[in-house]
Design a protein around this ligand. Structure first.
Ligand SMILES: [Zn+2]
Length: 91
């Protein structure tokens, strides 16, 4: 599974940003949800990095497998808005 994930990552265009599933922080009181975050290439460290979840919560660094279901309703609600922005970046 890790290998697949890396293969997937190498197919990505480093000039683009992607929406990816991310894990919640392992903290007490943190809802057990899979969030969405923007993933972007950091040329200085040559790694893909993720940030805050779209819903504003902190999330674990690193993308989960692409086919992981996003269970955070707030992140899902924001998805179309972000997707539209990313699509515009492509144009
Ligand atoms: Zn979320």
């Amino acid at each position: 599974m890790t290998d697949e994930g890396e293969a997937e990552a190498t197919k990505r265009d480093t000039s683009r940003r992607y929406l990816v599933p991310v894990a919640r922080l392992e903290l007490p009181g943190e809802p057990d949800l899979v969030h969405l975050s923007l993933c972007q290439w950091l040329p200085r460290v040559e790694e893909w990095a993720t940030g805050l979840a779209l819903c504003g919560r902190s999330a674990e660094q690193g993308a989960l497998p692409e086919d992981m279901a996003v269970t955070c309703p707030e992140c899902e609600a924001y998805r179309p808005k972000y997707q539209a922005v990313l699509d515009r970046e492509l144009a």
